[in-house]
Every structure is written in structure tokens, then in C-alpha cells.
Design a protein around this ligand. Structure first.
Ligand SMILES: [Zn+2]
Length: 225
């Protein structure tokens, strides 16, 4: 039985980290839109060549091309036991196309990582980054900035320059505007789960794993606890 998973969650919810961890635990690939596009371009498939031509012109890749790239990626051998999609779908049109791709496969499980906006603003405005190599400093509080070196290169940490409150609020607004229709599209399904992301990372992961297992085994409709 395969595990076909879509993860939704606002910037700052820790979705990417949790998706990586779950993918490792389940032995399935985590697939992000950016990685998929790069792979398709590199492989030089027909859809990859079309994507490259669009990006070379400095334009955004449209739904049709993105969906083509997803179709190719999900047909690969390593995705037959399942996958975790991160960053796709972004629109209801993409979600409908993904449903069509799931014909004959296990139903999609959709997990929404929910974090109150005030928590997100606090997390996003206090994010630290290495001033030398740009690596994100995960879980380092601002108070420890001066005394904690970069885990990768040992360089000094600084606050991310783009993370001031106005910018963060705008990003969250854009996320809500774009993603709410997707959440509404999926919410009534028996395989939709909301996970409380306003907890310690370990607790979020435990809840996420439990939500996915219960959705996969057709358990009762879940919600934020
Ligand atoms: Zn560094």
C-alpha cells in the first residue's frame, strides 16, 4: 500500500523539516516543486524543455507545465510506494489535476499544519541565518545569536534581513489568500487532517505521523487538538 501525501502549512510552520523527516521515516521521496522542475530540465524531457524555455524568458511556469512535471515525477519508480508533495498543489486547478493523476492509486492524504498567526510572526521575525554561508540556524533563539556559531561552517549568525514584521505579515497574507481555497477544497475529505503546529518539533512530528497513519487506515475524521 502506498502513502500519497500532500502537506500544507504557512511559512514558519516547519513544514519542510517535518516533511523531510516523515519521508525518511516512511521510505518515500519528498518532492518539492523547485526540485522537480530542476530535475525535469536536467533530464531534458519534452516537458522539461518547455519549462526551461519559459524560465529562460524569465516567466513563471504555468499550471499546465507544472502538472506535466508532476505527472512525470510521480510516474517514476521511487514514487510508486508513495510520496510527500511540498509546495504543490498551490491552486485548486492544480489540486484537481493532481486528483486526476491519483486515478488508480491510493487516495491522497492531505495534512494541514496549523499555527496561529501571532506564533508565525514571532518565529519568522526571529529567524537567524549564517552571515557567512547563508545556512538557516534552526532552533537558535535570538538571545543566543552572539554565542552560537553556524553548524555548517562555524561563521557568525545574524537575523535574516528579509524577515521584518511588515514583510512577514505580507507573506502570511499572500499565503492565506492562495491557500485557503485549497484547504476548503480538501477539508471535507475523510483523508484530510489538521495538525497543531504550535508545539515543540518532536510533538508536531508525533502528531503528524499519527494523523497520517489514521488517515491511511481510514480512521475517524481528525482535527486540531
Ligand atoms: Zn555558515
Amino acid at each position: 500500500m502506498s502513502l500519497n501525501l500532500v502537506m500544507l502549512g504557512p511559512p514558519g510552520a516547519g513544514k519542510g523539516t517535518q516533511a523531510d523527516r516523515l519521508a525518511t521515516a516512511k521510505g518515500i521521496p519528498k518532492i518539492s516543486t523547485g526540485d522537480m522542475l530542476r530535475e525535469a530540465v536536467k533530464a531534458g524531457t519534452e516537458i522539461g524543455q518547455r519549462a526551461k524555455a519559459i524560465m529562460d524568458r524569465g516567466e513563471l511556469v504555468n499550471d499546465e507545465v507544472i502538472i506535466g512535471v508532476v505527472r512525470e515525477r510521480l510516474a517514476k519508480a521511487d514514487a510508486q510506494r508513495g510520496f510527500i508533495l511540498d509546495g504543490f498543489p498551490r491552486t485548486v486547478a492544480q489540486a484537481r489535476a493532481l486528483d486526476a493523476l491519483m486515478d488508480g492509486r491510493q487516495p491522497l492524504i492531505v495534512v494541514d499544519i496549523v499555527v496561529p498567526e501571532t506564533d508565525l510572526v514571532e518565529r519568522l521575525t526571529s529567524r537567524l541565518v549564517c552571515s557567512n554561508c547563508g545556512t538557516n540556524a534552526e532552533g537558535v533563539p535570538r538571545s543566543a545569536m552572539a554565542t552560537t556559531p553556524c553548524v555548517k561552517c562555524g561563521g557568525p549568525l545574524k537575523q535574516r534581513s528579509d524577515d521584518n514584521e511588515a514583510v512577514v505579515l505580507e507573506r502570511l497574507k499572500v499565503y492565506r489568500r492562495d491557500t485557503q481555497p485549497l484547504v476548503d477544497y480538501y477539508r471535507s475529505r475523510p483523508t484530510f487532517r489538521a495538525v497543531n503546529g504550535a508545539q515543540a518539533m518532536e510533538r508536531v512530528f508525533a502528531d503528524l505521523a499519527e494523523a497520517v497513519d489514521s488517515a491511511a487506515s481510514g480512521g475517524a475524521l481528525g482535527g486540531v487538538r
